[in-house]
Ligand binder design. Structure first.
Ligand code: PMP
Length: 435
């Protein structure tokens, strides 16, 4: 019995091959080559060490496992991806705009701050739909809100800076903050959102430099920050001179079509950097996001964009600008809200039918997520694996930096007819673990 495992032998052979000491030919095996002693040895770079280098931490293993399961099994019912299903995006309308307009008339580099007609369209959109008055010089177009968060953490903060984040918090922001070397302090979210007084405590203890919040139909809890807490949050931030990053992809998805003013629309002392996105209202694949911030900040971040990627491709920016000013935008919002509410109701119906007494939740009034507490105690990893076996994925709560014992179901991605069977499969997986 050899005390070496197979992969060590394979690696050793690869190394000998790279040094020219052995040669392999398909069909005739491996032999010692006519190695000339004294010749300069050749080496393959240690790619594994490079792959572990750099400043980016890998994503949470659960998220990688979910992605893998989705790509291996196309029939998997998806309550994990925070995305709209294809039928919720205005595919036909966008195809029509692309036929009508000649998007290829300009194919040079775009302005790194963003294509001017899109910024102009956003000035009108922000005023009409979000109650935010701004100018095109205060808008930066980004590759989704993800890039806005990235630019803020990389360009406006330094390693070692302390920031306040929600607990639980948007899962793809966590490794990004950690990769930037930030110290993260948590603001617990209850059914009314974060408690603003907690900010004062964090400031006194850790001198936090920035607050990250997703106050409108929060990911993952679906909570909407109450008016009283909004006012208090703004009051405390202005008292301490602290910037608030308001990440707001969901406020336009209010199911009743109520006007849900973002914090930025009442920001008397200019504390808010506002982040918006097309992803949850139109289509995530266009990668259209925007930031509204003081001009000096926008200019600084646009300069960084120039170093990173010369700005976003002009084509999706042209499509987005046309879509925003077209007669398709408002009907898209109305249809989306109605269908999201319908999918939420299907999910609740399935949870009531399949998991009575086993799950607790608050009913969201907007957004695409439902945050559920599991009554029985189960291991997150085992539950996910069991779910995958039964053909359903969801996100275990611990991914959001909070305690285990929670699950996030996103109801926008799955097909309507899959929601019931998906929850039935989840219930089977859960029962498997508690029997
Ligand atoms: N922030 C929050 C709160 C989100 O839920 C998401 C998407 N799940 C993002 C940012 C990133 O979205 P995008 O880059 O597609 O705009």
């Amino acid at each position: 019995q050899l005390g070496v495992n197979r992969s060590t032998v394979i690696l050793a052979f690869a190394e000998l091959r790279s040094m020219g000491i052995i040669e392999s030919r398909s069909g005739s095996g491996t032999r010692v080559s006519q190695y000339k002693w004294g010749a300069t040895p050749r080496h393959t770079p240690n790619w594994k060490r490079y792959a572990e280098g750099g400043s980016f931490l890998p994503n949470v293993p659960f998220l990688r496992r979910i992605r893998e399961a989705l790509s291996q099994t196309p029939s998997m019912i998806d309550f994990a991806s925070g995305e709209l299903s294809g039928d919720l995006s205005p595919m036909n309308e966008i195809a029509m705009l692309m036929d009508e307009h000649h998007y290829t008339s300009y194919l040079g580099y775009a302005n790194p701050q963003g294509y001017i007609p899109l910024r102009q369209a956003l000035v009108a959109y922000l005023d009409q739909y979000r109650g935010i008055q701004t100018t095109e010089s205060s808008i930066l177009i980004t590759s989704g809100s993800q890039q806005s968060l990235f630019l803020i953490t990389q360009c406006l903060l330094s390693p070692g800076d302390a920031v306040a984040i929600e607990d639980p918090s948007y899962c793809y922001s966590l490794p990004m903050f950690q990769s930037a070397g930030l110290r993260l302090f948590r603001l617990p979210v209850d059914r009314d959102g974060v408690r603003p007084e907690d900010i004062r405590t964090l400031y006194k203890k850790h001198r936090i430099k920035m607050i990250f919040t997703n106050p409108n139909y929060q990911n993952p809890t679906g909570t909407f920050l109450t008016d009283e807490r909004r006012n208090k949050l703004l009051e405390i931030a202005s008292e301490l001179g602290l910037p608030i990053v308001e990440d707001d992809p969901y406020s336009l998805t209010d199911y009743e079509g109520e006007f849900c003013p973002p914090l930025k629309s009442v920001d008397p002392h200019g504390n808010i950097i506002y982040i918006g996105s097309f992803s949850k209202i139109v289509a995530s694949g266009l990668r259209i996001g925007w930031m509204v911030a003081p001009h000096a900040i926008v200019e600084r971040l646009a300069d960084a964009r120039q170093q990173m990627d010369f700005g976003l491709s002009v084509i999706p920016q042209q499509v987005a600008a046309q879509f925003l000013i077209s007669s398709h935008f408002e009907p898209q919002l109305n249809r989306l809200r109605m269908q999201l509410r319908y999918k939420r109701d299907l999910l609740i119906e399935a949870l009531q039918k399949e998991l009575p007494g086993l799950i607790q939740y608050n009913i969201p009034q907007g957004g695409i997520h439902m945050w559920c507490k599991l009554v029985p105690e189960v291991n997150d990893a085992k539950l996910l694996e069991e779910g995958i076996k039964k053909g359903v994925v969801f996100v275990p709560g611990s991914v959001y930096g909070s305690d285990s014992g929670y699950v996030r179901f996103t109801f926008a991605r799955a097909k309507e007819e899959d929601i019931g069977p998906g929850i039935a499969a989840f219930a089977e997986a859960l029962r498997e673990l508690i029997k």
